[in-house]
Design a protein around this ligand. Structure first.
Ligand SMILES: O=P(O)(O)OC[C@H]1O[C@H](OP(=O)(O)OP(=O)(O)O)[C@H](O)[C@@H]1O
Ligand SMILES: Nc1nc2[nH]cnc2c(=O)[nH]1
Length: 219
């Protein structure tokens, strides 16, 4: 069973003043939780593990938008490097699906899945996701995927949250296993903000209040 790099419940992260943070978010962040460099280093190893298992046939990498786009781009860069420098290589094609199941930090009742999945019929699919909490999103996507009869499906998630009350869903590859804290950055958002932040960070409570209104999006 995949585990990923374990980040303990008592881990508080790093002083944000020791890192480069965009000025417009400086007052909103409590701590840096996973620095960008650590994310990239762990992603490099995930790419190697994935290619060892799946690297004999054409792979369709399916990015779960929006939160998955940074991890997807960096993971594919590492896979391309392996393809370029290794003894063997396989073609990688890409596809995208948009799933929205949270509003700010709260799960929504209705989940929307937008994307053309029929092209995945008969393919070896690698689903690339940013975070799994309850597993509800991934279970819904996998059920839709199954209807389109891909040859094989593997899932990689950069983050998985430890939630004690739920058996949840475990992907095939995990970057980091983290405590049940709300995190932003590296394309993970709070009401669409903070995707433009390199590090994965913990928000200040008062930042949730500040960014909760959609009016800010028009500024
Ligand atoms: O395991 P779960 O409890 O279902 O939560 C995980 C989902 O939540 C986030 O998506 P969100 O709805 O915030 O959309 P986004 O990717 O556009 O940010 C994340 O990208 C996952 O898809
Ligand atoms: N941005 C963000 N989205 C999530 N979806 C489920 N958990 C999280 C989280 O901690 N941060």
């Amino acid at each position: 069973m995949a585990h990923g790099l374990q980040i303990k419940d008592e881990e508080s992260g790093y002083n944000k003043n020791l890192f480069c943070i965009p000025k417009h978010y400086e007052e909103d962040l409590e701590r840096v939780f996973i620095p960008h460099g650590v994310i990239l280093d762990r992603t490099e190893r995930l790419a190697r593990d994935i290619m060892q298992d799946m690297g004999n046939h054409h792979i369709v990498a399916l990015c779960v938008l929006k939160g998955g786009y940074k991890f997807f781009a960096d993971l594919l860069d590492h896979i391309k490097a392996l393809n370029q420098n290794g003894d063997k290589s396989v073609p990688i094609t890409v596809d995208f699906v948009r799933i929205k199941s949270y509003c700010k930090d709260t799960p929504t009742e209705k989940m929307s899945i937008v994307g053309e999945l029929s092209t995945l019929n008969g393919k070896n699919v690698l689903v690339v996701e940013d975070i799994i909490k309850t597993g509800r999103t991934m279970k819904a996507l996998l059920s839709e995927l199954k209807d389109n009869e891909p040859k094989m499906v593997k899932v990689v998630s950069l983050l998985i949250k430890r939630i004690y009350r739920s058996p949840g869903y475990r992907p095939d590859y995990i970057g980091f296993e983290i405590p049940d804290k709300f995190v932003v950055g590296y394309a993970l958002d709070y009401n669409e903000y903070f995707r433009d932040l390199n590090h994965i960070c913990i928000l200040k409570e008062r930042a949730k209040e500040k960014y909760k209104s959609n009016v800010r999006l028009l500024e």
